[in-house]
Design a binder for this molecule. Structure first.
Ligand code: HEC
Ligand code: HEC
Length: 222
């Protein structure tokens, strides 16, 4: 990362993601309808209850593999009786940034627990599978060619520590899935269906591959 981008990420008064944190704080304590409890009603102050939480996702919740966005929507629909927030919408991203920010400086806790093994293997397979007209796997760029330049950008190691990120090119905050869609488009691969299990399997594998690395969210990227 360029030093200016890193400086912007590290200073909350310069990091544009701070506005999403502020929106998330408002949503946290707001009742979504007169009959529905606010997140804070059950979870109390986010600084305590959400500390370290994002570092543990994706994980199985009641038999279902969920990422953080999935868990937020699980609470929205089953505990607040509200419609799920759409992917990449302002409220979902704001809540996701707020919660991820509470794990800043904490290590990613992913480990190969027996119940996630099959999903993890599927994720690793996807990461190593050649795809698209360019016929390249994620691994060929991110394990074999990191540090090299590609069309003006440096190929990173593809660690998901900063997500959701503020991306200067997007002029907004976006999820890890949005970043993965960008990479798949770059190699002209056909995208998985929205909500397909492959997205979560890849996310799980990326978190496992980055286990022990520290969360730095919201990241700022070029
Ligand atoms: C009616 C109570 C209730 C409400 C309202 C509620 N939740 Fe939850 N939530 C729970 C319970 C119960 C769990 C599972 C036990 C736990 O981990 O605390 C949970 C789990 C979670 C987790 C996972 C915690 C972990 O350690 O893995 C997150 C994140 C979360 N909720 C976010 C939210 C957000 C964001 C909102 C508001 C949009 C919300 N919840 C609203 C009851 C609630
Ligand atoms: C042709 C090489 C190439 C392939 C193939 C590729 N990527 Fe990327 N990826 C990049 C580049 C270049 C960037 C950084 C772009 C930038 O800085 O704007 C990136 C960024 C990322 C990031 C963001 C890392 C960060 O620090 O924010 C992740 C995560 C990622 N890729 C995952 C994947 C996955 C998963 C696949 C396979 C589905 C994949 N990539 C396929 C080149 C590639």
């Amino acid at each position: 990362m360029a030093p200016e981008t890193k400086a912007m990420q590290d200073d909350s008064s310069l990091n544009p993601g701070t506005f999403w944190i502020m929106d998330g704080e408002t949503l946290w304590s707001e009742k979504p309808s007169p009959q529905s409890p606010a997140c804070s009603k059950c979870h109390g102050p986010f600084k305590q209850s959400m500390r370290g939480v994002s570092a543990t996702f994706p994980k199985f919740v009641n038999g279902q593999l969920l990422n953080l966005d999935g868990q937020i929507n699980y609470c929205r629909t089953t505990r607040q009786q509200q419609p799920a927030w759409g992917l990449e919408t302002k409220p979902l991203l704001s809540m996701s940034v707020l919660i991820s920010n509470q794990s800043n400086g904490m290590p990613i806790m992913s480990n190969s627990r027996p119940e996630i093994q099959a999903e993890l293997n599927a994720g690793e397979k996807l990461f190593k599978m050649r795809m698209g007209q360019a016929n390249l796997s994620c691994s060929q760029c991110h394990d074999e060619r990191y540090g090299m330049r590609l069309a003006g950008s440096t190929i990173p190691q593809a660690h998901p520590t900063g997500y959701p990120i503020y991306r200067l090119e997007w002029q907004t905050v976006g999820s890890l899935q949005r970043r993965l869609r960008n990479c798949m488009n770059a190699v002209r691969a056909e995208l998985f269906e929205p909500g397909a299990p492959e997205w979560l399997q890849l996310e799980l594998y990326l978190m496992w591959r980055a286990r022990g690395m520290l969360i730095e969210s919201p990241g700022v990227r070029p």
